[in-house]
Ligand binder design. Structure first.
Ligand SMILES: [Zn+2]
Length: 300
């Protein structure tokens, strides 16, 4: 059965890493975040290949179709924001199979696509695709998430909390709409501290075969749209390839140095402990609605 796995969660939660780990399993492919350029009206471009060179995004995908998809998806988001996205998927019956279908047809040894978009809008927009759909709800310590946003946007005190609460609310509602057998809640910190254990369970959930090579995800070349550039940096470092051009294009300098200094592979990223001061932490505590955060005991 061909399957699409949607990773759902806040940005900066480790979804690229999770996608790369699972995408290293036999029969799986991680494709990144398709709606990211679509919603920003940017060209769909693989992060690791030069424009025109990507075997997936340049050779397989018809850019005109993506343009049409963009129009439909923007309309969907507008309506969803007005009337609640969970009511809308029936309205959008023209199938969004295209991108997934192209990938399945051209890479026949893959039965499972991992889409790390995280967006409940995107996952909901695609609910009618004909493939089996499974959902991993990825949680990360909210302080780590906020510190990561803050590193790039410096917006801890200017509206970020409202946005986060709204997304958390969407995630919780979306989680409720999914059947128990099709969903899985995972914590980033637990995954990093006990990767084998959690990846075995995830592989069971996704009908993938677990093998220890999954942990060596950094050896594999992923053709991703969007996502964390640090992992591409790890791939280039592992294969001793020059990353000068890449680092100029994609990685902000703080993150670049972090990934340059760290060992290649899994590292628990707790930079928030140095980056957030007691005033920041108190502000977060007061402004985040912690009841919205999914946890293991949250079954429906
Ligand atoms: Zn590529």
């Amino acid at each position: 059965m061909k399957t699409i796995v949607y990773i759902i969660g806040l940005g900066h939660s480790g979804s690229t890493l999770l996608g790369n780990l699972l995408g290293s399993a036999q029969g799986a492919i991680h494709i990144g975040e398709i709606p990211s350029p679509i919603s920003r009206k940017k060209v769909i471009q693989c992060k690791i290949c030069n424009p025109g060179d990507c075997p997936i995004w340049d050779k397989l995908i018809n850019k005109r179709y993506i343009f049409k998809l963009h129009k439909k998806y923007s309309r969907y988001i507008r309506l969803a924001k007005m009337s609640g996205f969970h009511k809308l998927s029936r309205l959008f019956t023209i199938q969004k199979n295209y991108v997934y279908e192209k990938i399945f047809l051209s890479i026949p040894d893959k039965q499972l696509i991992i889409d790390s978009s995280k967006s409940t809008y995107w996952a909901s927009f695609n609910k009618k695709t004909r493939y089996v759909k499974k959902y991993i709800f990825l949680n990360r310590d909210i302080r780590a998430v906020l510190a990561s946003y803050n590193r790039i946007y410096s917006d801890l005190y200017t509206g970020r909390m409202t946005i986060i609460n709204r997304i958390l609310n969407n995630i919780k509602r979306f989680h409720t709409s999914i059947k128990p057998n099709d969903k899985y809640i995972l914590n980033y910190e637990e995954l990093i501290l006990s990767p084998e254990n959690h990846l075995k369970k995830l592989c069971d959930f996704l009908d993938l075969k677990y093998s220890p090579e999954i942990l060596e995800y950094y050896k594999n070349k992923f053709h991703l749209i969007g996502g964390n550039s640090g992992l591409i940096q790890q791939f280039l470092r592992y294969h001793q390839l020059d990353d000068t051009e890449f680092s100029k294009k994609y990685t902000d300098q703080l993150n670049y140095r972090y990934y340059e200094q760290n060992k290649i592979g899994l590292n628990l990223d707790e930079r928030w402990k140095e980056e957030l001061n007691p005033i920041d932490l108190e502000y977060i505590d007061k402004n985040i609605d912690f009841d919205l955060i999914l946890n293991d005991s949250y079954t429906d």
